[in-house]
Design a protein around this ligand. Sequence first.
Ligand code: BG6
Length: 484
Amino acid sequence: PEAGCLSIVVLGASGDLAKKKTFPALFNLFRQGFLNPDEVHIFGYARTKISDDELRNRIRGYLINDKSASSEKLENVSKFLQLIKYVSGSYDSEEGFRLLDKEILEHELSKKSVEGSSRRLFYLALPPSVYPSVCEMIRHYCMNKSDLGGWTRIVVEKPFGKDLESAEQLSSQIGELFEEPQIYRIDHYLGKELVQNLLVLRFANRFFLPLWNRDNIDNVQIVFREDFGTEGRGGYFDEYGIIRDIIQNHLLQVLCLVAMEKPVSLKPEHIRDEKVKVLQSVLPIKDEEVILGQYEGYRDDPTVPDHSNTPTFATMVLRIHNERWEGVPFILKAGKALNSRKAEIRVQFKDVPGDIFKCKKQGRNEFVIRLQPSEAMYMKFTVKQPGLEMLTVQSELDLSYVQRYQGVTIPEAYERLILDTIRGDQQHFVRRDELKAAWQIFTPLLHKIDDGELKPLQYQPGSRGPAEADELLAKAGYVQTHGY
Ligand code: BG6
């Protein structure tokens, strides 16, 4: 790893994302020794006028959320909070960013004894509407100035725009100020353990190589469910809806990793080249292969307009037009206020040809990768039911992470991704052309929803979502199996 001063600036420091995700991830990195206190300083920047200590106190509550925190943790929290300084200013104010730069420079000078270059990481935990002005301010006032080299990088969160046009506009604005290797577009699903495992699973195992194609796979489902609604975020959510919030980014990224060809190497550019090819091969989504839903009570939120047409649930079929996947439906499904919280990939295989066991009724072979909760991978397959009769039954080969990797802590997605930004590894970040291709897929559908041409069906909170979604699944070829 490079040495030298490292200044991490969290913009939007008093917001939800920063408190719930960014600072806790930074703390975990600190606690595990990845942020050396001799080199690192963390700056919070936001409009609110508060003192360093006020910010520290606010953050503390998110770091220590249980009464049983160990003395080691408490001690580390105190040391970590001491690394944080607060600068207040608006997101388009020259003055604010000059002050920020001055604070960073002071930190860099105070660490003169640290050999090497200076590194500046700007984390934009902000709404995208202010990205252009913030990027401009950083570009003009806060770039790394060390003679010894180093870098300036920015991390941006989704949503990157609302459709193809606005995303491209945003990309161009930022692209004029920063080079692509300086821009880290976060999709936190790419930091999840089992999402990162997909490449290994697919390309380091002989088992899967010959099976992973249209000859053997009948359909693939990528599912995201949450058992809570948009509580407290109705205003934000209503502007975006479930497709922009979850499907266009998180689920589509997972689809890429499930469907892509083997990259030339593990170099970030090689991997992202393959992902782009998948995205470019996706056919236009057909209206009849989309079911939208909105849970009852969603509009009771005072920040949601009374006549909102925004979907909180969507199931749709994506079709990939290439040699490997022609004819295999990829079903993407996401919903809020459903009956459970789960994210999983279900790869369902075709029926055995010339079946002599009449085992069809047992269900098909299915390979399931559960991203959360309780990370696991399991294969459902048919075995002889133990006993005197020649009967068949569905069973599982189950790799459950808590059991298999006892005592191993699975890192939080944000923790891993922030470390990658410090190390300069863009493998798990979204490249500009990838983003464009992703918006190209969904923009026509999103415009139809925005124009009220497609309307969501109502569903009961706590249910499976609209029954029509299950019908669409069945039509796409999914056969409900038993057991898990
Ligand atoms: C965010 C969405 O990107 O992901 C939220 O904006 C959603 O609406 C969240 O709740 C889910 O993330 P996770 O990691 O809890 O599955």
